[in-house]
Design a protein around this ligand. Structure first.
Ligand code: DQA
Length: 148
């Protein structure tokens, strides 16, 4: 089994009620169910969310140590957290994929969302496709599964 960590940052626990015009009407449990139900063969998906930067960094450290691929929606931390960026860099510098995902397209929104301090060290970035972005990221990981 290939384990994949799907990590979600601050305020994503409020999906469903938070700005549904931007993020849709489905909540985090619906995302978890979608990804678990549609996990590629041989993949075990672990969906987590936290509002706490230090907890998110701890999960990335554990991903480095266990060489677990990561799908990361850093939420607002995307735009300013150098601590998170450095932790994410530990993952990709170890040769473990880390895919940055955004439900919305930050580039089509406020100017402060146009900057990502994560993208420069991410393996790749998917944005603007709603929950489908996570599935696209999983699909990519399944395509490269022989290298994981
Ligand atoms: C987000 C975009 C961020 O700008 C925002 O702060 C979020 C969610 C997205 O998934 O579209 O919380 O990462």
């Amino acid at each position: 089994m290939t384990r994949v960590l799907v990590l979600n940052g601050p305020n994503l626990g409020r999906l469903g009620s938070r700005e549904p015009d931007v993020y849709g009407h489905q909540d985090l449990d619906a995302l978890r169910q979608l990804l678990e139900t549609n996990a590629p063969d041989g993949f075990d998906v672990d969906v987590r969310q936290t509002d706490d930067e230090s907890e998110l960094i701890g999960w990335l450290h554990a991903a480095v140590d266990a060489r677990t691929p990561v799908i990361l929606n850093p939420a607002a931390f995307t735009h300013y957290s150098y601590g998170l960026r450095d932790a994410a860099a530990l993952v990709t510098k170890a040769g473990v994929p880390l895919i940055e995902v955004h439900i919305s397209n930050p580039h089509a929104r406020e100017t402060f969302r146009h900057t990502s301090v994560i993208s420069g060290i991410a393996t790749g970035v998917i944005a603007g496709f709603g929950f489908d972005g996570y599935r696209l990221a999983l699909d990519h990981l399944s395509r490269i599964s022989t290298t994981l």
